[in-house]
Design a protein around this ligand. Structure first.
Ligand SMILES: C[S@@+](CC[C@H](N)C(=O)[O-])C[C@H]1O[C@@H](n2cnc3c(N)ncnc32)[C@H](O)[C@@H]1O
Length: 498
């Protein structure tokens, strides 16, 4: 261990002083913030960063991440952005890290890296962040293992094969839910002496050492190590350097080691749980992440006084996100499932209570109705934007039913949407069925573009459609009556063609 290295000792001293709050540096220093975002919405997130922070974000090669520089006085604003899931402050980025070819060499490199990294600024940001962020509690964990066979040091790791390096954070969460315990909370096998030594030091100095863990996310097929190896070895080096204590569940500092081929980013987490956990208190089987809902809403570019409809709202993630950000538009949402409607209503009530408790007396420009999308109780050409997350036919509905449902949906949406200006932003994983249904409606909808996203590990499309100027009921595909059309649906069609 290079204890005689003056740089090593100075860095360590400074890090300790940061922890003690002794370094009173200017608060407007520039730091690089990294953020995980819904895969596919990196550019949408970058747009939001530009718009609200006036910072230019770089989209990482590693999909689902962006990076941007801010002065630390903007840290609170970063937490208020709507596109970002998890935040971290970058300690150091390497675009082309030269990994050695044997595990032993790589391990030595991790040890050296831990002593050389410019930790101080990042730790100051971490400390500042602690003082401003809402105390959201620790990550919920399922039965964490006390120790593992390998003697891992406060590490958590995921390896991702290059073909599917997306949504690493989501994968981590999925692992947690499944109780798949890759996590370990352990002390190194030989740490009893070291432990005693550092405890004595701590007692002498009156400081309780920080608890930490290292989380490694790795993607790439040219590494001679796994993410477990990297997390364990780098974790050991960090522990040795700072004399922190490893703790998988009650950690103060989460050191992130993100490896994507030759790109290495070391960071310190600034969020305990993803920022997408907002708005929703009553969840359903397919509740959409608020960050994804936000990305979809941005694609619509809502304007003041727009009427925006989510006809299959489930628990209301999209309209709720909408009213929180675009309060000058009017949102109408519905679902044919009574339980889903109740959940949406409860979610609205909860937000209203929160805003009332916060001193606001105004309501929300949002209404929820139980309805059948194939027969909307709405006037033709009355809606500016339709935005919805359709049943994929996996957890909700069935692929077979989609063949009937999707054409009916697109037809009824075309009826209520304003010809020439109306838009639809529709999320589905059942791409084949959707595109087929859309091809039958060519006269009514024009596909502008598709954003490919990852929804809970599923590859889905957000289809952005423009309502053509064609009057509903005047094209052959529309006058052709669906065999399941109800009486009032037929009435609607008649109305529209008059
Ligand atoms: C993927 S889920 C939407 C999830 C929602 N975005 C959320 O955050 O909870 C699709 C929804 O479509 C609803 N649905 C299916 N067929 C429908 C129909 N014909 N009319 C209205 N809603 C329908 C289902 O009940 C379900 O709640």
């Amino acid at each position: 261990m290079p204890v005689c290295d003056p740089l090593f000792n100075e860095t360590r001293r400074r890090a300790r002083r940061v922890y003690l709050g002794l370094i009173m540096q200017e608060l407007d220093q520039t730091v690089t913030i990294g953020a995980t975002v819904p895969t596919g919405f990196e550019h949408t997130a970058a747009e939001e960063v530009q718009e609200k922070l006036e910072a230019t974000a770089r989209v990482s090669k590693n999909r689902g991440r962006i990076y941007f520089d801010i002065t630390t006085d903007k840290l609170l604003k970063v937490h208020q952005l709507k596109s970002l899931d998890n935040l971290f402050v970058v300690v150091k980025e390497y675009d082309d890290y030269q990994f050695k070819t044997t595990k032993e060499e790589v391990q030595l490199d991790w040890q050296e890296l831990a002593t050389k990294l410019p930790w101080t600024n990042a730790l100051e940001v971490w400390k500042l962040n602690n003082s401003i962020k809402k105390k959201k509690g620790r990550r919920k964990r399922t039965n964490p293992t006390k120790s593992d066979q390998c003697g891992n040091v406060g590490t958590k790791s995921t390896d991702t094969v290059p073909s599917d390096p997306e949504e690493l954070w989501e994968d981590l969460e999925a692992l947690e839910v499944k109780g798949n315990q890759r996590d370990v909370s352990s002390q190194p096998e030989n740490d009893s002496e070291e432990e005693k030594h550092s405890e004595i030091q701590d007692q002498e100095s009156g400081v309780t050492p920080l608890k930490f863990r290292v989380t490694c996310n790795r993607a790439g097929d040219k590494h001679c190590f796994t993410s477990n190896d990297a997390a364990r070895d780098f974790g050991g080096a960090v522990q040795e350097f700072f004399q922190w204590k490893a703790d998988m569940t009650k950690f103060d500092v989460e050191v992130l080691l993100n490896i994507h081929n030759n790109e290495v980013v070391v960071g310190i987490a600034l969020t305990v749980e993803s920022l997408h956990r907002r708005n929703i208190t009553h969840f359903g089987p397919t509740t959409l992440r608020s960050t994804l809902a936000y990305g979809m809403l941005r694609l619509c570019k809502p304007q003041v006084s727009d009427v925006i409809v989510d006809p299959m709202c489930g628990t209301g993630a999209i309209p709720l996100e909408g009213v929180m950000e675009w309060e000058n538009s009017f949102f109408l949402a519905g679902d044919n499932n009574g339980t889903a409607v109740s959940r949406s209503v409860n979610n609205i009530k909860h937000i209203l209570k929160r805003t009332h408790d916060g001193g606001s007396s105004s309501g929300l420009p949002l209404d929820i109705i139980q309805w059948d999308l194939c027969n909307l109780p709405m006037r033709s050409s009355s809606v500016d934007i339709i935005i919805t997350d359709m049943p994929f036919g996996k957890r909700m509905g069935s692929k077979k039913k989609n063949w009937e449902l999707y054409p009916l949906c697109l037809r009824e949406m075309a009826r209520v949407c304003k010809p020439g200006t109306g838009k639809a932003v529709l999320l589905t994983q059942d791409k084949k069925c959707f595109l087929k249904a859309l091809s039958q409606m060519e006269g009514l909808w024009r596909k502008l573009h598709t954003v490919w996203v990852n929804v809970g590990g599923l590859h889905a499309g957000v289809f952005v459609l423009k309502r053509t100027a064609v009057v509903f009921g005047t094209t052959s595909e529309v006058v052709m009556e669906p065999h399941t059309a109800t009486g009032s649906q037929k009435e609607n069609m008649k109305d529209a063609s008059q």
